[in-house]
Write a protein that binds this ligand. Structure first.
Ligand SMILES: [Zn+2]
Length: 156
């Protein structure tokens, strides 16, 4: 009984968020970015490298009772572009958000230029335009520093 085997993954939640079609192996990074650790106050289910209906591999993260904020969704779009965020209410999908890298990003990435004003003790958030999505290249709006994905490994 194939259905029985996949029960863990397909069990429905009443309210919360299901992050589906995460690129295989990226789910742990998604948890990290969302700050999900042993003190996280919600029930979380994690499935790594499961077969999708289209037979390809994917990761899935389900968070019971928690609707992700816009900021959290934006963060994840860098880690797991192509994934799908489903907001669940009363066992129904209320909203489906396909994760795409945005054209602009603020706050959660730090500029690599140590002399950039966004790294000084000023009350401003970092801010970048996305110059290219694949490969990912960002440009700081304050100092114009170009940042490639390979130099952001600690941040993305
Ligand atoms: Zn900068």
């Amino acid at each position: 009984m194939n259905n029985e085997k996949n029960k863990l993954i397909v069990t429905k939640i009443e309210d919360g968020t299901v992050i589906d079609r995460i690129p295989p192996g990226k789910a742990l990074r998604v948890l990290e970015v969302l700050g999900i650790d042993s003190n996280y106050p919600y029930t979380v289910a994690l499935a790594i490298r499961v077969r999708s209906k289209k037979r390809s591999l994917k990761d899935v993260v389900k968070i019971k009772g928690k609707i992700l904020s816009e900021k959290e969704v934006q963060k994840m779009s860098f880690i797991a572009p192509g994934a799908c965020v489903n907001i669940i209410k009363n066992f129904e999908v209320e909203e489906k958000i396909k994760l795409e890298i945005p054209n602009h990003v603020e706050e959660f990435i730090d500029c690599l230029n140590p002399n950039c004003v966004s790294n000084a003790n000023e009350p401003i958030d970092s801010s970048f335009d996305i110059v290219s999505k694949d490969p990912l290249i960002l440009q700081c709006i304050y100092c114009d520093r170009i940042m490639e994905e390979k130099y952001l490994s600690g941040q993305l």
